[in-house]
Write a protein that binds this ligand. Structure first.
Ligand code: BGP
Length: 471
């Protein structure tokens, strides 16, 4: 039988993680504290702790720091073409505002890259994934301060100089549009949202956008082969009814998220955003240098996709928080995961088309997956998880990626989120699992940390082997 596929040759299949959710070793190798080390109960709306506390699972996470070679070997067994991971800013600059980097931190990622190279896996590096050094949060109030641009610039330059010859694909900020919704986790902003006010929050957003563009500028100088991408949280918004007022509400919700991709691809703030600022009475401090920096646009756009949401101008009850970062109205036509995330494979095709039509830049799906409670069982004497629900979720979404490719959308690759079980960002627990590989660690911190391939491990290996023909 000849297998046919719509996925282009060289399509980058793989998986994604973030340093704070897998590495552990939070105080090893000269690493400083990051905001995650004081967020024992998840990042969205939960209070921080004074310092690291024993109930914070991220302090040890899944011990990738010591087990990376074995874990990467497992990724290679699935045939990964790429692996997305983040560099912990506070391993490289423990406080964030030093002039010189921490060599031990840099050397760790050299070793990770060596291992990837050994297996022919293309690295995809997130420069900042919800891991602002705690010192920057406490001393500068995170991205509210313009000083952060310079610190980030120094950090990004250090990474491009050190790894630029070995790493082609870079993402500047994970889910840059989450800053306004989760200011401490996403942007190290210590002042509570209500006290801070919108003016300062939007200024922080501007600082991140400028920093992202400056990173692109620096990469052009010191790592000419680098491809720089922005990364946004995507969530298609549907009108709850055909009432034009609902459709208009959808447009406004969309704008609140599209502005980030618009700036990254066009290099200027769009008119609808300036109107929003005006109506809110916000005057941003934007220098001529900022405007010039913003013109350094990205090579590609990457995004996470888990769910869609509905929107209405009416009084329908909105959900937010544990359900999703952005909030919205539940869609009565869709089923949801155990955490209330509404499952919508077609939404992925819609979003791919929308982004491609709008920006005409190659797209990279860098997060997608199903968080679920898994049961470790024994099959023929081997410990595993029979995760048919995960296979169904991923299969349905990948079929829609294929549809979008057939629609003419340029898709570079797909990295499934949490390809190995890790600590969840919103719940800070391990029981919300995404992986192809089960990690023996429980919410109370117990467990041997042993790794066990799940049924989906073999399913994904076949998808990659056939370049999507087996879907
Ligand atoms: C995204 C984050 C990831 C990840 C994922 C799943 O918002 O970029 O860090 O954790 O969501 O979310 P959760 O872990 O809350 O299920």
């Amino acid at each position: 039988m000849t297998e046919t596929t719509v996925f282009p040759e060289g399509f980058l299949w793989g998986g994604a993680t973030a340093a704070n959710q897998v590495e552990g070793a939070y105080d090893v190798g000269g690493k400083g504290l990051s905001v995650q080390d004081v967020l024992p109960h998840g990042g969205i709306g939960s209070p921080r702790s004074e310092g690291p506390t024993p109930d914070n699972l991220k302090l040890e996470a899944i011990d990738f720091y010591h087990r990376y070679a074995d874990d990467i070997a497992l990724f290679a067994r699935m045939g990964f073409k790429t692996y997305r991971f983040s560099i912990a800013w506070s391993r490289i600059f423990p406080k964030g505002d030093e002039a010189e980097p921490n060599e031990e931190g840099l050397a760790f990622y050299d070793r990770v890259l060596d291992e990837l190279e050994k297996h022919g896996i293309e690295p995809l590096v997130t420069i900042s994934h919800y891991e602002t050094p705690l010192h920057l949060a406490e001393t500068y109030d995170g991205w509210v301060s313009r000083d952060l641009i310079g610190f980030y610039e120094n950090y990004a330059r250090t990474l491009f100089e050190r790894y630029g010859a070995r790493v082609k694909y870079w993402l500047t900020f994970n889910e840059i549009n989450s800053l306004l919704h989760a200011p401490f986790m996403s942007g190290g902003i210590s002042t509570p949202k209500e006290q801070l006010g919108e003016q300062a929050l939007y200024q922080a957003m501007h600082h991140e956008l400028v920093a992202s563009a400056r990173a692109t500028r620096i990469a052009r100088e010191v790592a000419p082969n680098a491809q720089i991408g922005c990364m946004v949280l995507s969530m298609p918004v549907y009108p709850l009814s055909p009432d034009p007022a609902d459709v208009l509400q959808v447009m406004k919700s969309d704008h609140a998220n599209l502005v980030y991709g618009d700036v990254h691809t066009r290099g200027v703030y769009p008119g609808y955003f300036l109107r929003t600022l005006h109506e809110k009475g916000i005057a941003l401090d934007i220098t001529d240098q900022d405007r010039d920096d913003l013109t350094n646009t990205v090579d590609f756009v990457s995004f996470s996709y888990y769910m869609s949401i509905a929107e209405t101008a009416g009084p329908a009850k909105k959900v937010s928080g544990a359900g999703n970062i952005m909030g919205g109205v539940p869609n009565p036509t869709l089923e949801a995961s155990e955490w209330g995330w509404q499952i919508d494979p077609v939404g992925l095709r819609i979003v791919l088309n929308q982004f491609w039509d709008r920006w005409q830049k190659p797209l990279f799906i860098v997060e997608n997956g199903l968080g679920a409670k898994d049961q470790l069982v024994e099959v023929d004497g081997v410990k595993t998880v029979v995760d048919d629900y995960r296979i169904a979720y991923l299969n349905d979404h990948l079929v829609q990626v294929g549809e979008a490719i057939t629609d003419g959308v340029d898709v570079l690759g797909y990295t499934s989120w949490g390809c190995i079980d890790l600590v969840s960002a919103s719940t800070a627990q391990l029981s919300k699992r995404y992986g192809f590989i089960y990690v023996d660690r429980n919410d109370d911190g117990s467990g041997s940390l042993a790794r066990h391939p799940k049924k989906s491990f073999h399913w994904y290996a076949e998808v990659i082997r056939t370049n999507g023909a087996s879907l």
